[in-house]
Design a protein around this ligand. Structure first.
Ligand code: SF4
Length: 263
């Protein structure tokens, strides 16, 4: 039996069961049209419909407040701002975080690709969150462009500088998320380790594509329906073996003494 597909936009969805965050209620500040500064080759939303680096209000804070009130807010581990693209593009990010913290007594976090971290205003708004997970899929510019396919004005060095500044001022939990599409060489692992030792995140999450990728944008892809229940065309991406993830995670954990998790 196929899952009924959500085509009507609501800014709150889930709860989603996540290996990284537990039972998480999603807030989508972006809206029914996917919008991101990246267009990652593995994006679970499918091809990004609109690429942008410009902040704007996509969904009003009041609409999100009303959508939250219609949800049963029990049995949750956390609230996650993510959804249909890059949440820091929402100009009302800080306002949404304040409102959600007043509404729900649960930790609230943001999944971000980090592209707007060079902006002080974005760093200050993100600092309201209890946890922030930043995507770092590559340590060299060529791989970054090939995997994350950012807009041409974005560069990895500026993201990294913004991330270091954020780490210095942020007192919440900072996680780094890294998607592995192939096994990394010893040299790549060593360079990554050195960068993480400089950054000092609280946790690292190594990932590999475990869910099928929609061929075109699907609102329902914000959730985590079992693959056999998906009622839209998808393709399965190549995964890295769990032994490879485990070996890399062990190396990082031993060197850094922080939790390194993988699916
Ligand atoms: S940053 Fe996230 S939302 Fe944006 S394209 Fe990559 S995976 Fe998709």
């Amino acid at each position: 039996m196929k899952t009924t597909i959500a085509t009507h936009f609501t800014s709150v969805y889930g709860p989603v069961q996540s290996w990284r965050f537990g039972r998480s209620l999603g807030i989508d500040p972006i809206g029914s049209c996917s919008c991101c500064s990246f267009n990652c080759v593995y994006c679970q939303l499918g091809k990004i419909e609109r690429q942008s680096c410009t902040r704007q209000i996509f969904v009003t804070t009041e609409q999100i407040r009303q959508d939250l009130q219609s949800f049963k807010l029990c049995n949750l581990d956390t609230i996650t701002l993510s959804g249909s693209g890059e949440p820091t593009l929402a100009q009302n990010l800080g306002e949404i975080l304040v409102m959600a913290k007043e509404t729900i007594a649960k930790p609230i976090g943001v999944l971000t690709n980090g592209s707007l971290l060079p902006d002080l205003q974005v760093r200050e708004e993100l600092a309201i969150a209890d946890w922030v997970a930043v995507k770092i899929d590559a340590i060299d510019s060529d791989s970054f462009r090939r995997i994350d396919r950012p807009m041409s004005t974005i560069n990895l060095e500026e993201i990294w500088a913004g991330l270091l500044q954020f780490r210095q001022s942020y007192s919440g939990k900072l996680a780094i998320q890294t998607m592995l599409l192939t096994a990394w060489s010893d040299r790549q692992q060593t360079d990554y380790l050195h960068q993480m030792q400089t950054l000092q995140p609280d946790e690292i999450q190594l990932n590999t594509p475990t869910r099928p990728q929609p061929l075109v944008h699907q609102l329902a892809a914000r959730g985590n329906h079992p693959p056999q229940d998906l009622a839209y065309p998808t393709k399965q991406l190549k995964q890295v073996d769990s032994e490879v993830l485990q070996a890399f995670a062990d190396r990082l954990e031993t060197a850094m003494g922080i939790p390194v998790r993988y699916p």
